[in-house]
Design a protein. Structure first.
Lengths: 363, 300
């Protein structure tokens, strides 16, 4: 098991810079998920750690040893590819045994290791088959088996379940988590799926444009996004974001969005805003709806309802902005219904309109 | 009615004029079938018939049915077996050489190198030449007195094509020179079809270059390499032109040359037809063995 450290890592593809000064420490036994859109540099970072991609500058250390100039084979790291990358002409058993055979380990030892990994992953009955005869989920189990069989220092996974269907993804997600807990392996996992990231990670690394946007525990990234990008990338449905003006009204403050009547909130919730242009971010579950007029609620109308079974997502019009609210299923009858809406001020986020950085209350 | 006509597709309008789909299909197929029957099927059957007769194309004498006598005579002729042995040796040397050289060149070309397209094209030139022309100029290259090969190797007046021990190798070398590009071309297609991520996986799995080559590259290229070997074996079996031009040694008398002499110098048309059939059966048998391996390789 290993501690991985990236210091000032830069990577150019020709004139295009794909990694900008990446600094990241992955602790021994930690499960780190790199999250971002395609092209954000997350896979490149992972491949750089594995040694499949050379970096332009910076250092990568594994257990204190600089490895950026070592070949992949000399880094003792396993990698699970999105495309599975099973050797098509070998049986499952030969595939899993390949990393051991490549370094000429003894046959008896090899067979025992392969059996143990196969039992651990529940794929013993598949050993004599060829990859072409396997389902997607089984192929990925074999790929993971091949990665685990030689007990690598760290396990790197590049969207390992991205090619599977939704139900299988959920199942494999649980398996990967179980595997990580059982093996206590240092794992780095790349995905664009924030649900996967939230459910698997000890820490999430959100990347955008080759830059680390935020590194933190899943709940921290969700509850205290560092900037607008993180706020809108993590969470489903996407956080509502609107330009906001703050006016004081007596002891309270008035948040005005979309030119509508303002939402009345306690002034201490906005006291840290210094008056420069700001954006309000509010997650759908912090948008509260009511059938009756209440204090602090303003009148609105539904424009769209998405019934999702466990809950509904309701779009309501506030001035010329639309807010999405999460409410219990069947809360509204449909479009065009009159409702009252309020915001939970304690769950409201404010961002600098220019930089997109979070404006957080100190303390 | 006219309304219906205008709404029909052009093909259907042709149909409404009396051309059914079947007729149109036949119009395309019949010329090819006719060509095949006249130039392939008829000669095949006609030569099968002559192989059972004492027919001589050089005389007007009617052909007499002799049954299996031609086949019996050929299979009992020790000289014919010598031709077969020579041919087998030639095929082995030539095809092995082509595979080694061709696959080696493909490995060298299967990477990012400057002028890759130009180099590939230049390497392909030999196989675009006429075999007879190749035979003629290699005869000059091999020439004992002024040939450039002896000049560069400093071999004095070494008789490449007259030395009975060396002549067959010299002829095979020309075949290797000419047809290695063909093996290279197919191998290159095979090599570039091996997914790059498999090499990455092998690298991660700590496989060295030799292990990767023998365990990943070769098995995955094997099916297409096998196709190249099938083609080259069949062709090498039939080698005539450059071998005939280069050397008249008994040690280089391949079956095709023997067959030519039998058919067009000795005019034993019936006997040579039987000979051709024996060769055909052998080529089909050898090809079948390869195809079996190919299917096994493809099943993976």
């Amino acid at each position: 098991m290993a501690r991985i450290e990236l210091t000032n890592v830069q990577k150019f593809f020709g004139a295009v810079q794909v990694l900008r000064d990446v600094n990241l420490v992955i602790e021994d036994g930690e499960f780190v998920v790199m999250l971002g859109q395609s092209g954000c540099g997350k896979t490149t970072t992972l491949r750089a750690i594995a040694g499949l991609e050379t970096i332009t500058s910076g250092t990568i250390t594994i257990d204190g040893k600089e490895v950026q100039n070592l070949k992949a084979a000399d880094r003792d790291i396993a990698f699970v590819f999105q495309s599975f990358s099973l050797y098509p002409h070998m049986t499952v058993e030969e595939n899993i045994a390949f990393p051991l055979r490549a370094v000429r380990s003894r046959q008896a030892e090899r067979e025992a290791e392969v059996k143990e990994v196969a039992r651990f992953l529940g794929i013993e009955q598949l050993l004599p088959r060829r990859p072409s005869a396997l389902s997607g989920g089984d192929m990925q189990r074999v790929a993971i088996g091949r990665a685990l069989v030689r007990r690598p220092k760290a396990l790197l996974m590049d969207e390992p379940i991205g090619a599977l269907d939704a139900k299988l993804r959920e199942q494999m997600r649980a398996e990967i988590k179980r595997l990580h807990i059982a093996r206590e392996s240092t794992s780095v996992y790349v995905t664009h799926d924030q649900v996967e990231a939230m459910s698997l990670a000890d820490r999430i690394v959100v990347m955008h444009d080759g830059l680390l946007q935020q590194v933190g525990a899943p709940e921290e990234v969700y509850l205290r996004p560092a900037n607008l990008f993180v706020a809108q990338f993590v969470g489903s449905p996407v956080m509502n974001v609107a330009d906001v003006t703050v006016e004081s009204e007596g002891t309270d403050a008035l948040l005005r969005i979309g030119g509508a009547n303002g939402f009345r909130v306690p002034s201490e919730t906005v006291s840290h805003l210094n008056g420069s242009p700001a954006k309000l971010g509010i997650r759908p579950e912090a948008v509260m709806l009511s059938h009756d007029a209440k204090d602090g609620y303003i009148e609105t109308e539904t424009t769209n309802v998405e019934p999702l079974g466990s809950h509904d997502i309701v779009d309501v019009r506030v001035g010329d902005e639309t807010l999405r609210a999460r409410c219990e299923s069947g809360f509204t009858g449909g479009e065009g219904q009159k409702l009252w809406v309020a915001l939970d001020p304690h769950r409201a986020h404010f961002f600098d309109a220019a930089s997109g950085n979070s404006l957080r209350r100190s303390a | 009615m006219t309304d219906v006509m205008t709404r029909l597709e052009p093909g259907s309008r042709a149909a409404s004029r009396g051309f059914s789909d079947l007729t149109i299909r036949n119009l395309f197929i019949i010329p090819t079938i006719a060509f095949l029957i006249i130039f392939n099927v008829f000669p095949l059957l006609y030569s099968l018939w002559t192989s059972f007769t004492d027919f001589r194309a050089s005389t007007t004498a009617p052909a007499n049915w002799v049954g299996l006598a031609n086949y019996r005579e050929l299979l009992n002729d020790p000289f014919i077996w010598r031709n077969f042995t020579i041919t087998a040796k030639y095929v082995l040397i030539s095809v092995t050489g082509q595979v080694v050289v061709g696959f080696g060149l493909a490995m060298l070309l299967n990477r990012q190198i400057p002028f890759k397209g130009l180099i590939t094209t230049l390497l392909l030139l030999p196989m675009m030449l006429s075999m007879a022309v190749v035979g003629l100029f290699w005869k000059l290259l091999y020439d004992p007195s002024f040939g450039i090969i002896n000049y560069f190797l400093g071999l004095g007046k070494f008789e490449w094509l007259a030395d009975p021990q060396v002549a067959l190798y010299a002829v095979a070398l020309v075949d290797i020179w000419m047809w290695s590009p063909f093996v290279m071309l197919l191998s290159l297609a095979g090599l570039s079809a091996v997914p790059k991520h498999l090499y990455e996986a092998a690298e991660i799995d700590r496989a060295g270059p030799f292990y990767t080559f023998f365990r990943i590259t070769l098995p995955l290229v094997a099916p297409i390499l096998m196709i190249a070997i099938i083609f080259r074996t069949m062709e090498a079996f039939k080698t005539f032109d450059h071998a005939y031009i280069l050397s008249s040694q008994p040690t280089t008398e391949l079956i095709a040359i023997r067959l030519y002499k039998m058919a067009f110098l000795e005019w034993q048309t019936g006997l040579s037809s039987a000979f051709a059939y024996i060769v055909l059966i052998m080529v089909v048998a050898i090809t079948n063995i390869y195809v079996k391996y190919l299917n096994k390789a493809k099943a993976r």
